[in-house]
Design a protein around this ligand. Structure first.
Ligand code: GLU
Length: 304
């Protein structure tokens, strides 16, 4: 499979089409990003690399980081985790409050904001020094010892974080936030502030294509069953209320972020990351969705 040629051909084709999305404006730091950035990178489980465009430029990975906080919490707590958060697609917006009332404060899944905030509460209880320990875990998985939170993005998000504040207060009223609100929401804003490039993302998430093991060191980050389950949740819940569309058009487990990044995994084959900041109406990268749809069509490789 000539991944490099396919990636470059599709990149050029998509660049010729008008990008109809718009950059996330509700986080001031994100609205300042050049909307025309476009990068793609693919790493195989044999550690071969292919990429084009702005694939080495850092950007705010936002909700993509929620896969990592979930991995750490799942690894530490095991199946107990699912008493606090569900595994069902929400079918509603990533920052929605409505279902929580019906579901008595148990978020539908760990990737909507409500669910990721509960995962942060779980980590706040489990870790000695939550912010540092979570960062250390992400540094180890990514192989990036210098990786850090972005205080500017975290502060920017906090300055407009009314919905997330509403979510955490609402969930706490049902008893599903066990710590004080402030450190938990601070952990959440910092988790969302991490910046990586497409090339760093594929390296970081490759373990999900490799039965939970780091392809370079052989070290297990998750066991096989946990890896299968995280991939399943990415497949069904990784794109908010567009998860069905992504499964239908792309056919890979993946996770998006409002910074315009998407990571997708082909188990036993590769991890691919795309970045293009303009989002469609559901909050997913417009060009990223187009690219991945055409990529799995062209390569005739999907999990289905
Ligand atoms: N930090 C963003 C928020 O809480 C994450 C949203 C996303 O990337 O989907 O709204």
């Amino acid at each position: 499979m000539n991944y490099q040629r396919i990636i470059e051909d599709l990149y050029r084709t998509i660049l010729r089409e008008p990008d109809t999305g718009s950059v996330a404006a509700y986080i001031p730091e994100l609205s300042a990003v050049d909307p025309d950035k476009f990068g793609i990178y693919l790493t195989t489980v044999e550690n071969e690399n292919f990429g084009t465009g702005d694939c080495h430029e850092l950007f705010s990975i936002q909700s993509i980081a929620k896969v990592l906080s979930l991995s750490l919490a799942y690894n530490m707590l095991g199946g107990e985790l699912w008493k606090r958060v569900g595994v069902e697609p929400s079918g509603s917006a990533f920052n929605s409050l409505v279902q929580l009332e019906y579901d008595a404060g148990i978020p539908r899944n760990p990737f909507i904001n409500a669910g990721a905030i509960v995962i942060c509460d779980i980590l706040q209880s489990l870790l000695q020094d939550p912010k540092n320990d979570l960062l250390q875990f992400i540094r180890e998985v990514s192989g990036l010892p210098g990786l850090d939170y972005s205080p500017e993005i975290a502060a920017s998000e906090r300055s407009q974080g009314y919905r997330n504040m509403a979510l955490i207060h609402f969930i706490k009223s049902f008893g599903n936030i066990q710590n004080d609100i402030e450190p938990v929401i601070d952990l959440y804003f910092h988790l969302c502030s991490i910046r990586m490039s497409c090339a760093q993302l594929t390296r970081t998430f490759l373990f999900l294509a490799n039965n939970g093991r780091d392809t370079r060191t052989g070290q297990a980050i998750l066991n096989m069953s946990q890896t299968k389950r995280i991939n399943a949740i990415m497949q069904t819940c990784g794109f908010y209320d567009e998860a069905g569309e992504f499964a239908y058009t792309v056919g890979l487990p993946g996770k998006s972020g409002v910074g315009g990044g998407i990571v997708a995994v082909h188990p036993n084959k590769y991890c691919i990351a795309v970045w293009s900041p303009r989002l469609n109406r559901k909050g997913n990268s417009q060009r990223g969705m187009w690219f991945l749809e055409q990529f799995t069509t062209e390569t005739q490789l999907s999990i289905f």
